[in-house]
Ligand binder design. Sequence first.
Ligand code: GDP
Ligand code: CA
Length: 326
Amino acid sequence: LAFSGLKIVALSGGVGGSRFVRGLRASAPGANLTAIVNTADDFTVHGLRVSPDVDTVLYALSNLVDDTRGWGIRGDTFKTMRALERVGGETWFQLGDQDLATHLRRTELLADGWSPSTVTAELTRCLGIRDVTILPMTDQRVETSVRLEASGEWVPFQEYFVRQRADVSIKDVRFEGIERAKPAPGVIEAIEAADLIAFCPSNPFVSIGPILAVDGIREAIDRARQRGARTAGVSPLIGGHTIKGPAARMLVELGHEATTLGVARQYVGLLDLFLIDPIDKAQADALRQLGMHPLVTDARMRGRRGEARLARVVLREVERRRRAGS
Ligand code: GDP
Ligand code: CA
C-alpha cells in the first residue's frame, strides 16, 4: 500500500479541510491518518448541538456528503425546516431531515455525559469510517465570534457566516473559552507521533486558527518538527480568491494581503512546505523567505481525483525529503 505506515495528522475545518483529508486517505491507503477538526464553529440551535466542521468531515469520509454544496447529506430533504417555520421556529440555519438525526444523537449522548470526542468516535464508527481517526480539537466549549465593522458589536460566528452570509465587514475575531480549552484525548499524542502534519486548505482564521490556539498544540507541533516530522500547508486561496467562503475577504479586513502569501504569513515558523497554484507562482520566492518550500501545482481539488492528486503532491515531497534526510 502507498505510504505504508506513514503517520499523518491533518488539521481541518469543514468544506476545504474535509476534501483534502479525503484526498490524503485516497492517496495514502497504507497510512495512519488522524484528522484534528475545528470545533470553534459549534453552536446550539433548537436545543441541538451542531458541530459543523466535524459533521462535514464525518459526511465526507462516509460518502454521505453532498459534494456540490460540500456540506450536509446528499439528497437530504428540508421538510422539518418548513414545519418548524410554520410553528414560528428560526430557519436561517438550514438543517436537513437526515442531518438532524446526527444532531439529535449528539445532543442525546452529550446529555448522557459523553464528551464531544467520544461522541465523534461513536458517530465515526456508526458511519462506517474505519481508516481515519477523527478528533475534535478539544472537548471544552470554544465559541468563535467576530466583531462587526459597522456597529463594533461582537456576534457569534454562525450569525455572521450563515445568517449574514459573511457579507458584512469585520474587524476582529475571537475564540471565547479558548484559554480553558485542553486538547481532546489523543490530539497531542497524534501530533507527537506524526511524520507529516498537514494544514488543510481551510480558513486560516476561523478553521485552523482555533486549532492552533488550543493550549499545547503549537508546542506539540514544534516538538514533532524537532524530531523530524514534516509540516505542509495547502493554500485555500488561488489567484487571490477562495473557492468558497470568506477567507480572502477576512484577510483584507483583518489587515493582511488577500494572497496565498497572506495566508502563509499566518503560519510563519510552522510550515516546511506550502502548496500553491501556478497562478500564484510569482510568490514562490517570498514563501522561501518565510522558510517554506513552495510546491507549485494546480491547487483546485476537482472531484475525488483532484483531491487525491493534491494530497499525492504533498506526500511525495514529504517522502522524498524523508529519504534524503532533508
Ligand atoms: P468551512 O469550515 O466549511 O468553512 O471550510 P474550511 O475552512 O475547511 O475550508 C474553506 C476553504 O476551502 C476556503 O477558503 C476555500 O477556498 C477552500 N477550498 C475549497 N475548495 C478548494 C480547492 O479545491 N482547492 C483549494 N486550494 N482550496 C479550496
Ligand atoms: Ca467551519
